[in-house]
Design a binder for this molecule. Structure first.
Ligand SMILES: C[S@@+](CC[C@H](N)C(=O)[O-])C[C@H]1O[C@@H](n2cnc3c(N)ncnc32)[C@H](O)[C@@H]1O
Length: 466
């Protein structure tokens, strides 16, 4: 960030604008909307600035600028057509440490004025740091149409109730939840429909129904998908914005964790084979403990929590302890990675079934129902198979699979770093070693892998956009 967006109260000091032409007019109007006390100094003024003076909105002095004019100002805007004069104004203001904006000269500015969407008291400011003002305007136009004017009235209504709510609901967590219910429920809905009286009644009802009991905690077990943040569900995103604590795994991409509420506490419980930050029992106990403190806890897992994610164990502990929970499915690695690799897991001509298995070793060996895995017209999606690729392919061939069956490894699927290594059951482990595959990677085995020649789309797209 090159500039820090802040909102300044200009109602009490003097805001000085030097210049009173058309360019200055826009700045003056913005300052007047912010209820600033504006002094404009210029040798002559365009009709609209003169009109603002006549209406009593600003003070206009038609004369030459003197350096000492700056001394008492809270902020200064230099908007004359004389570049040298603008530069002098900027220099003096900076020497006096008074914030200065010079129109169309970002390098001389110590502050810039953003594009504004005004739903007072809600104000949204957009800036591109002077890089692309047209883009800022385009964004503003987009937001103008999607943020109803009633947001301002809703904010006013909430301001009017603030004190009463503070008195009735003394617990700060409960108070925050009360307001969240107001802005996501019927109070906001009625307001957006333009029914002010009904919104007011809904807020009264909500307040009289609210109690100041200790806050109830709950846990959201959410699947974050295989990596691409665009694959999150709407519900996942909503709960990510709601939870006060996030407990997340190593498999969850940092860009996904970034979408959680900014002030949420983040607890990393990352797991890697033989290197567990917290073991499963400790994670289960942590969730119970946080919920008992009245917190809303997001248990964020990679892929889908119920597919090789031990989500069932975590939820069983919560259920035993009587703690409320919700489960939000995510896109599992097999379907996300296969889609991004252009490999359909089923296909009318090549595979009528698909089996998800884990090749995670128990006591140093893979224990799988090999006979049921070696079938024609079937796709295998093998999770956690990279450490035992050689044993895997040997066992499949020993149980009757042709060594020529096509196979693929999808590494870091659905992310811009995705790689797909294609071979056969016989060659895959050697190819993986040559390509130095890293985690996470998933193995897909079956005739459907050949369809990638025709259907691959994602890597060429990311190459194009890189
Ligand atoms: C502990 S399992 C978790 C699976 C997760 N619950 C799901 O539904 O995808 C971890 C394995 O999922 C696979 N995996 C997860 N994300 C992946 C990705 N982005 N690319 C490739 N494989 C992935 C890998 O096989 C990895 O070893």
């Amino acid at each position: 960030m090159d500039y820090l967006p802040i909102f300044i109260d200009l109602r009490h000091g003097e805001s000085l604008v030097v210049g009173a032409g058309e360019v200055a007019r826009r700045k003056i109007e913005t300052l007047v909307r912010a209820r600033a006390q504006v002094l404009v100094i210029a040798k002559e003024a365009c009709p609209s600035v003169q009109a603002m003076h006549d209406a009593g909105d600003i003070v206009l002095e038609l004369r030459a600028f003197k350096p000492r004019d700056i001394d008492c100002a809270s902020i200064v805007v230099a908007a004359t057509s004389d570049h040298e004069l603008n530069e002098k104004i900027a220099e003096r203001a900076k020497a006096l440490r008074i914030p200065v904006n010079v129109v169309d000269a970002p390098l001389l500015c110590s502050f810039i004025m953003p594009s504004i969407i005004d739903r007072s008291p809600v104000v949204i400011a957009i800036s591109t740091g002077g890089a692309a003002p047209v883009l800022a305007r385009a964004l503003r136009a987009k937001l103008e149409t999607s943020i109803p004017a009633s947001y301002g009235r809703l904010a006013e209504l909430m301001r009017d109730f603030r004190e009463r709510v503070r008195t009735k609901i003394t617990n700060s967590v409960n108070r925050r939840r009360f307001w969240e219910q107001a802005v996501t429920g019927s109070v906001a809905e009625r307001m957006f429909e333009g029914k002010y009286d009904q919104a007011l009644a809904a807020l009264e009802n909500l307040l009289s129904a609210s109690a100041d009991a200790p806050p109830q905690g709950e846990v959201y077990l959410v699947g974050g998908g295989p990596g691409d943040p665009d694959l999150l569900t709407f519900r996942a995103l909503r709960l990510m914005q709601q939870a006060e604590v996030v407990v997340y795994d190593r498999l969850v991409a940092p860009q996904i964790v970034d979408l959680c509420r900014k002030d949420a506490e983040r607890i990393f419980v990352g797991k890697q084979a033989n290197d567990h930050a917290l073991d499963q029992l400790e994670i289960n106990a942590l969730l119970v403990d946080l919920a008992r403190q009245g917190k809303r806890v997001l248990r964020l897992k990679g892929g889908d929590p119920f597919i090789f994610g031990r989500g069932g164990e975590e939820i069983a502990t919560l259920a035993e302890q009587g703690i409320a929970f919700q489960i939000v499915p995510g896109i599992t690695a097999a379907s996300g990675c296969a889609a991004y690799a252009g490999i359909p897991l089923t296909h009318r001509d090549y595979a009528q079934q698909c089996v998800f298995v884990t090749a995670h070793q128990q006591n140093g060996k893979i224990d799988l129902p090999w006979d049921s895995l070696v079938r024609t017209q079937q796709t295998l999606a093998i999770y956690m198979g990279m450490r035992s690729l050689k044993e895997l392919s040997t066992a499949l061939v020993e149980h009757g699979m042709s060594p020529n069956v096509p196979a693929a490894i999808i590494e870091r699927g659905t992310t811009p770093e995705q790689r797909v290594i294609v071979g056969t059951v016989a060659t895959l482990s050697e190819k993986a070693a040559q390509a130095r595959c890293v985690a996470p990677s998933i193995v897909i085995i079956g005739e459907v892998v050949n369809l990638r020649r025709q259907l691959a789309w994602y890597e060429s797209k990311t190459r194009m956009t890189k």
